[in-house]
Ligand binder design. Structure first.
Ligand SMILES: *[C@@H]1O[C@H](CO)[C@@H](O)[C@H](O)[C@H]1NC(C)=O
Ligand SMILES: *[C@@H]1O[C@H](CO)[C@@H](O)[C@H](O)[C@H]1NC(C)=O
Length: 320
């Protein structure tokens, strides 16, 4: 019995060994297959089927944004005590959609603070919003605030060693005008970036930007003009008078602004009442609406431009 049993045992162990061998081969085959599949998967997952992730990252593209980005600075002339106006304008401008390929910086501009409470409130505003420029001047209407504004900007924004101007265009704007940033940027983008004087040419019926000057509602100049205002004797010697007319006088006397662009009727005064000067109907290509002297005018304007249409439905509010 024993030999038979031994033979059986022998047979059994042989069969077991063959089984093990086959099993091992199979295991190896599966493993290698899996490894292959895993590798393929890994490549797909990390590279979208592209090159191996172990390859070094391709060099980052040059900061083309920085090069091609249109940079516009808007200084809104206002007074330190105009807290409500500023908070309102922050709301209106802070909710405009960013413009692709453009950077538009808005700051409120005034002269030296004069009251104790201003030093607290304005300092808090700066902490919160950082959108205030305080010039070295005494508040004035027609005695050189415009000059101080433009001539102070290079020291405020120029960075040593940087050849690009900090802004391509600098604008001086009223606090009762509403700019549509997208249209403003698209209107400035194709224009020359030197020796440019852009705005709503005075008087209302004139379409010739080489006569007279750009209205104070909001005009723009290229950065080289800003530096020229700082450097030239011409503006320094002629400070008193209606500021925007005086600015036009400097440009004429200095033979500046060989590139001029009349933004009429993309810029205009609010359409009502009909006897208001320099008005135009609202239209989609509007760059700016001026003379928004009261809430009703602001509301009409903001409604026309559908500024609230991006509001998403929510359980938290209902605005019919
Ligand atoms: C404005 O304030 C600065 C800093 O206090 C002072 O040096 C300057 O003289 C003031 N300018 C005017 C015009 O009051
Ligand atoms: C505002 O929305 C209305 C209704 O959707 C549309 O007809 C109109 O063209 C929009 N206006 C502007 C300026 O986009």
């Amino acid at each position: 019995m024993a030999p038979k049993a031994a033979a059986f045992a022998d047979y059994g162990s042989k069969r077991f060994m063959v089984f093990c061998l086959v099993f091992l081969v199979l295991l190896c085959a599966i493993a290698s297959l899996n490894e292959f599949r895993f590798e393929a998967l890994r490549r797909c997952a990390f590279n979208g089927g592209g090159e191996d992730i172990t390859a070094p990252d391709p060099p980052l593209p040059p900061p083309s944004n920085e090069e091609e980005e249109l940079r516009i600075f808007i200084g809104i002339m206002t007074l330190p005590d105009q807290y409500l106006r500023r908070s309102f304008l922050r709301l209106v401008y802070g909710t405009q959609q960013p413009v692709p390929g453009a950077r538009i910086d808005v700051k409120f501009v005034f002269c030296n603070l004069t009251k104790e409470e201003q030093r607290v409130w304005v300092a808090l505003e700066i902490l919160r919003y950082d959108d205030v420029l305080i010039l070295d001047c005494e508040e004035n209407m027609n005695r050189g605030k415009t000059y101080t504004y433009f001539s102070s900007l290079p020291a405020m924004f120029s960075e040593p060693g940087r050849s690009e101007p900090p802004y391509h265009y600098v604008m001086k704007a009223d606090d009762d005008i509403y700019f549509r940033f997208g249209n403003l940027a698209e209107s400035l983008r194709p224009l020359p970036r030197t020796d440019l004087y852009y705005g709503f040419v005075i008087p209302c019926n004139s379409m010739d930007p080489f006569k007279h000057y750009m209205a104070g509602m909001g005009f723009a100049v290229s950065w080289d003009i800003v530096e020229w205002v700082r450097d030239s004797e011409i503006p320094r010697g002629h400070l008193v008078g209606p500021e925007d007319k005086v600015f036009g006088d400097w440009m004429r006397a200095g033979r500046r602004g060989r590139n001029r662009f009349n933004a009429k009727w993309a810029m205009y005064n609010f359409p009502e009442p009909p006897n208001l000067q320099c008005t135009h109907e609202f239209w989609p290509g509007t760059v700016a609406v001026h003379l928004l002297k009261n809430e009703r005018r602001w509301i009409k304007t903001l409604q026309y431009f559908n500024v609230t249409e991006r509001l998403k439905p929510s359980k938290l509010y209902h605005i019919e």
